[in-house]
Design a protein around this ligand. Structure first.
Ligand code: 3PY
Ligand code: MG
Length: 246
């Protein structure tokens, strides 16, 4: 992404590394293991990170809301980055960064056992490299987060933001509707592209399908999902069964 590439990630909630492995071998650039709304736990996400290492693809982990200690653990396990939901203020962003970044930038405790073996780095090299190599990405999905967007992006150690369009649409409609592809969300997407460019940080977005991912990527978002493992499986199953039964 530093070179300007636009990536598509497999958003995985089924806690078996074989599913993510099949998706990245099918062409996804990275996988995200979802501990917020998916069924991943520390052990299954750790197994997923190892499977991604074998496939030569980076693994991201979405932690549960506010569970920053798990962010440190997953970075120790070799995650390429952490996605943290519901980061609504600069204070939230500072907490996230402090658990994701080693000193002097943050206060992440030392213990990168798996990360050392997966990167092949010795301790001093990893200490010098980890803060740049492993990303801290703050999810923007509330009105408070939009109001604090510039402050969140300015926090040292925050590498980018990821839009959660479903929660965002619920917030923008004051809880009356869910419309992740609606105009209100689209206006925020345009704002987020502009502000991330100003701050030199990454813009990422959850996208429900390939068409949405194409459009959102074209806006300037460098990292997009294409649905989830579950929705992709259901879609292809419906398609193939339709052919078989026709
Ligand atoms: C949202 O759309 O709110 C998300 O968190 C995507 O999973
Ligand atoms: Mg959300």
């Amino acid at each position: 992404m530093g070179a300007g590439e636009h990536l598509f990630m497999a958003w995985c909630g089924v806690p078996d590394p074989g599913v993510a492995e099949a998706l990245v071998r099918g062409g996804f650039d990275a996988a995200l293991f979802d501990m917020q709304h998916g069924s991943f736990e520390v052990s299954s996400a750790t197994a997923g990170i190892l499977a991604m290492a074998a496939a030569g693809k980076p693994a991201l982990v979405r932690i549960p809301v506010g569970d920053f200690t798990t962010a440190s653990r997953m970075l120790d396990a070799g995650a390429a980055g952490i996605v943290a939901p519901m980061i609504n203020s600069a204070d939230d962003a500072r907490s996230l960064a402090s658990f994701c970044k080693l000193p002097p930038l943050g206060r992440r405790s030392w213990g990168p056992a798996r990360a050392l073996s997966l990167t092949g780095m010795d301790g001093p090299t990893y200490l010098r490299s980890a803060n740049e190599m492993q990303l801290a990405i703050a999810m923007i999905e509330t009105r408070e987060a939009i109001a604090a967007l510039d402050e969140i992006l300015a926090v040292p150690g925050i590498d980018g933001v990821l839009i959660g369009p479903s929660d965002l649409s619920i917030a923008l409609s004051d809880g009356t509707s869910i419309d992740p592809h609606g105009q209100a969300v689209d206006e925020v997407l345009a704002l987020v592209v502009r502000r991330t460019q100003v701050h030199g940080k990454i813009a990422a977005c959850f996208c429900a399908d390939g068409g949405r991912a194409k459009a959102v990527s074209a806006l300037g978002f460098q990292l997009c999902s294409i649905g989830t493992d579950g929705t992709l499986l259901a879609k292809i199953a419906g398609l193939e069964l339709g052919i078989a039964r026709s």
